[in-house]
Ligand binder design. Structure first.
Ligand code: AMP
Length: 415
């Protein structure tokens, strides 16, 4: 059973369904894309009692939790307590994503490389703390903010404005880190952790990485900038010490730990953790995973990580998000979407549904990010070309997308 209803979950469902060990897949609540691979049941993924009832009724062998909200709400705890195998951390370990302050304190206590910081309870303290850091400086709301509670202030005035705008809640003030960002996805089962895949994404809405932040307008995997050496360092210096610290605190992590890294001149430093797959990184990673994915996740959920080694195909994947006009503000809702089949005729392409619904005339947009068009190929450049060829097949008048997903990688390959 899979919990969630976005593009990430469509990719997870697609990959789980191809697993020899997966006989049947239930999604709660799912979406029209997920309905291609799973039986969708209208159950709120944050309602632990309803999810547990459904799991009992269906005699579920493994529950995979896609989004962060049910994890932070303790749905994994409730399911484990009811005796189910669950891929996804308990609420105590999900604080790695739910509370930036929690993660920063854990890093400091365990000597994990990350930006220097202070936690403050009130805006006045925050302004006083600014003197400790130069400019630029980073201001973060200390809670689950879906990527929106962060300001990288390029001037003192901007920093003070961000503090004023944050209101009364607790904040984290951070040293600005310089470098290129990359994401590392590791499978963690208590004290053991193994790397699964790397990716890079594009957070800004506009081409050239301009304009407001979004949930992500595209991604590609792997991220060659995270070399084998850097990945090994990130596992040894960041991910494994985190897993150990949580296990020693009596709140072991189980699931996928997504480390947002800054590749600085001093090596990889942690920017943030997420306690689930990234969206849209997941859409780019799933087509690259070789072998029985459901069995791999089951081995994590049942504390047998190490019995199965994650394997990748060695290919490259590029995901282009098609969003509804207006996103990340108020997106146009209800626009007709046609020719997804034509897009999927392009070799190596799958169109995952991020925000769609079935209207009277067919598939319509429902949400900001609508489709995640994903292509794989033997090289990054070919995967990217296929993804855009597929995007160009889609007839969605209310939609827009970025034409420059993967520009960094393209420049590197060109060089
Ligand atoms: P977060 O929600 O913590 O991932 O922050 C969102 C984005 O803000 C990150 O993806 C970075 O681009 C940027 N950011 C966060 N913290 C820092 C930092 N200490 N130095 C530089 N950039 C940062």
């Amino acid at each position: 059973m899979l919990l969630g209803s976005g593009g990430r979950e469509d990719a997870l469902a697609w990959r789980l369904r191809q697993s020899p060990s997966c006989g049947k897949l239930i999604a709660a609540p799912g979406n029209p894309g997920i309905a291609r691979w799973a039986e969708c049941v209208a159950v709120d993924p944050c309602d632990a009692a309803a999810v547990a009832d459904l799991a009992r009724r269906e005699a579920i062998g493994l529950v995979v939790i896609g989004p962060e909200a049910p994890l932070v709400a303790g749905v994994a705890d409730a399911l484990r307590f009811a005796g189910f195998a669950v891929f996804g951390p308990n609420a105590a370990a999900a604080q790695l994503e739910g509370s930036k302050g929690f993660t920063k304190d854990l890093c400091r206590a365990s000597g994990i490389p990350t930006a220097d910081y202070v936690r403050v309870a009130r805006p006045d303290d925050a302004k006083a703390a600014l003197d400790r850091f130069g400019i630029p400086v980073v201001i973060k709301a200390d809670g689950l903010a879906a990527g929106k509670g962060v300001t990288v202030a390029m001037t003192r005035a901007e920093a003070e404005a961000a503090i004023d705008a944050a209101g009364d809640g607790p904040l984290v003030i951070e040293e600005f880190l310089e470098g290129e960002e990359a994401s590392l996805f590791a499978l963690v089962d208590g004290e053991s952790a193994v790397p699964l895949a790397s990716a890079q994404d594009h957070k800004r809405v506009g081409e050239g990485d301009t304009g407001p932040n979004t949930g992500g307008m595209g991604a590609y995997a792997p991220a060659p900038v995270l070399t084998a050496d850097l990945e090994a360092r990130a596992m040894d210096e960041i991910v494994r010490p985190t897993a150990r610290a949580l296990a020693q605190a009596g709140t072991p992590f189980n699931g996928v730990l997504y480390a947002g890294l800054m590749l600085t001149a001093d090596g990889p430093k942690l920017i943030e953790y997420n306690v689930r797959f990234g969206d849209p990184e997941c859409e780019a990673i799933m087509p690259l995973i070789d072998g029985d994915f459901a069995e791999l996740l089951h081995s994590v959920a049942t504390g047998r990580l190490g019995e199965i080694e994650p394997k990748l195909t060695g290919k490259h994947a590029v995901t282009v998000i098609v969003a509804a006009r207006g996103y990340p503000g108020t997106p146009a809702s209800g626009g007709l979407i046609r020719e997804i089949d034509a897009a999927e005729q392009v070799e190596g392409v799958t169109v995952f549904h991020a925000g769609t619904a079935l209207g009277e005339q067919g598939l319509i947009a429902k949400g900001g990010r609508v489709l995640a068009v994903t292509a794989t190929a033997d090289t990054f450049a070919n995967a990217r070309a296929r993804a855009y060829r597929a995007v160009d097949q889609i007839d969605f008048a209310d939609g827009f997308h970025r034409r420059d997903i993967g520009w960094r990688e393209l420049e590197r390959e060109g060089a």
